[in-house]
Design a protein around this ligand. Structure first.
Ligand code: OFO
Length: 168
């Protein structure tokens, strides 16, 4: 059984993961409309992953006797001023999500909910990866320069494959 405070923290995270999914979907749609096929694919995959993160929490809250309320989501931006500022936003957003996950760990500790504290470790590790891959993308962009988006767009999916390979 979840305590009220742990349940509230998790329900608020449902909202954040759902917003992450919509944010990346908005970025995917924008880059697709700009003809950046590779980047948009990367973002569509990312949006799907965020939805799975949200669902993971929904199921956990319900299984542990809580109520996983699905909130309204804030509308994400429609346009972005460029690819580099967009990925700056991705990294800033992931750092925000990491802080939020760490806050949940702190609530679990205060509430002595060691089961949820153990369960949420998956998200703690996931955030290390999410931040790492956003930084790797920004590094690549820096090397190539924004004038070389063609190469970046062509190669971005191989970054994801390289990461998947490194993890397995
Ligand atoms: Fe759910 O990891 Fe990104 O936000």
């Amino acid at each position: 059984m979840l305590t009220k405070k742990v349940e509230e923290a998790l329900v608020s995270q449902i909202m954040k993961e759902g917003y992450s999914s919509n944010l990346y979907l908005a970025m995917a749609s924008w880059t697709e409309s700009e003809g950046l096929e590779g980047i948009s694919k990367w973002l569509y995959i990312q949006a799907d992953e965020e939805r799975l993160h949200m669902l993971k929490i929904v199921h956990y809250v319900n299984e542990r006797g809580g109520k996983a309320v699905i909130p309204a989501f804030e509308k994400p931006p429609i346009e972005f001023s460029g690819v580099k500022p967009m990925f700056d936003k991705v990294l800033a957003h992931e750092e925000f999500i990491s802080t939020s996950i760490n806050d949940i760990v702190a609530v679990c500790e205060a509430e002595k909910d060691f089961t949820t504290q153990n369960w949420i470790q998956w998200f703690v590790n996931e955030q290390i990866q999410e931040e790492k891959s956003s930084r790797a993308i920004l590094d690549k962009l820096k090397i190539l320069g924004e004038g070389n988006l063609y190469l970046f767009d062509r190669d971005i999916l191989s970054l994801r494959k390289a990461e998947a390979g490194a993890e397995s």
